[in-house]
Design a protein around this ligand. Sequence first.
Ligand code: ZN
Length: 236
Amino acid sequence: MKIQIVGSGCTWTRELSTSYIINDEILFDVPQGSFKTLYLDYGFDKISTIVISHFHSDHFADLHIVLDYIFRHFPKRKLTILAPKGCAQRVQAMFRLFELSHLLPHLEEFVTFIECENGKKLKLGKYSFKCFKMLHGSLDSYGFLIDEGGNKVGFTGDTAMCNNLHKILKKAKVCFIDTAGVEVTQKHLCVGEVVGLAKEYPDCNLVKIHLSSYAMQELDYLGESYSRDGDVVIVE
Ligand SMILES: [Zn+2]
């Protein structure tokens, strides 16, 4: 599996907010301001699935522009959007808000919305997905295990420490893990927790992501690696 890290940061950094492209086919999260990079550096030629982990703007806010582009340039493209409950209604509201109401019929005809639920398993093409409800304040926020031919890769989305995080780490060969904080909270993992998890799960390679500038400073101090915009991770 090839995972391109489109963005590695959180909102208050120079880095683009966290987003990935998996095997050129799956776009995972669409942060505010990400369309320019997606369009200029990656393209949408093969994108057939879009995953939205939750509805914070740094994971969701450019979805209407991405859909506008795909509908315009690939008018027969069938898309699947895997997202928390209510995504279709939110995208319809975005289209109305941003003067894109003419796209509403395309949404109905060409997009299948699948709602995440904790423990839900589904197959999309050659990929098996399992959804995990994570701990991100009181939000409906999801992490995922994506399995391609036995290669299991975890994506925590935004999360604090929780039981489902351990379930992902037990199964995944590689896990892209929220490392936004420097203190323990109920919204994000912090550097100390992620360093501890790396020792607890030596068989899972943790790719630190969604980094704040404070987290990067602490990781630099500890001599720990972390991801940057444009990195590519191959899992085989
Ligand atoms: Zn969030």
